[in-house]
Structure formats: C-alpha cells, structure tokens
Design a protein around this ligand. Sequence first.
Ligand SMILES: [Zn+2]
Length: 127
Amino acid sequence: MTMEAFTMTMPLTMTTLGMLGPVKLTTDNIDNFIKARSPGNYALGYIEGKAFIVKYIGRSDLDLNEELKSCIGHYPHFKWSYASSAKAAFDKECQNYHDFGGSEDLDNNNHPASPDGEYMICEICGL
Ligand SMILES: [Zn+2]
C-alpha cells in the first residue's frame, strides 16, 4: 500500500479523547488501572463493534479513582487519563466536551464547571 492510499483511507478529521481504555466500568478495573490519587479525565460510554461511543465527559479535580466509582452502573465502559492539575483537567474536559458535541450530543446536561475557586474560562467557547 502506498502512502497516498493509506492517507486516503484516513478520516478527514479524527476526534480523539486522548485517553486510555476503554475497559469495563467496574471497581476492580478502576483500582487496577488508576492506582494514583490524582486529578484526571474520563469518558463514559459503551463499545459498539470496534468503536467506543462517548456518552458522558467528566473529570475529577482530586481523585479520579473515587469519582469513577461513583459512576459505576450508569455506563458499561470508560476511558481515562491522569491530569497534572485540576486546571489541566478542566482544559481537557472542555476540549473533550466540545469535540464530542457538547450537551446536544452527550448526556452532560451542562458545560464543564471551573475548578472550585479558580474562575477558569473555557478556551473554546468562553463560558
Ligand atoms: Zn466551552
């Protein structure tokens, strides 16, 4: 296969979460994969064929492991990534939220909220 042919088969725009997974949303998986107490980002959804269908975008400013455990039972699968800070997690959450259609396409009822006391503004929509 030539390089040109390879390029032709790629979608024009690739929306990615920049996360690990997906794996089943269970206590065992959360404890196995997320051992550090850290801020982080996650996406909830389900696997359809080879695709991960994103239904909900979220983050934790303090403890991704604990936050994900509160989501068990609501969605079958999740993806995740650590963040270096609550601010970094907010920026990434906004990016993911807008990339995947915002509240129109996702189950998220509201735009991501700034970390407590930071008064951060979304770099994409200014909210
Ligand atoms: Zn925004």
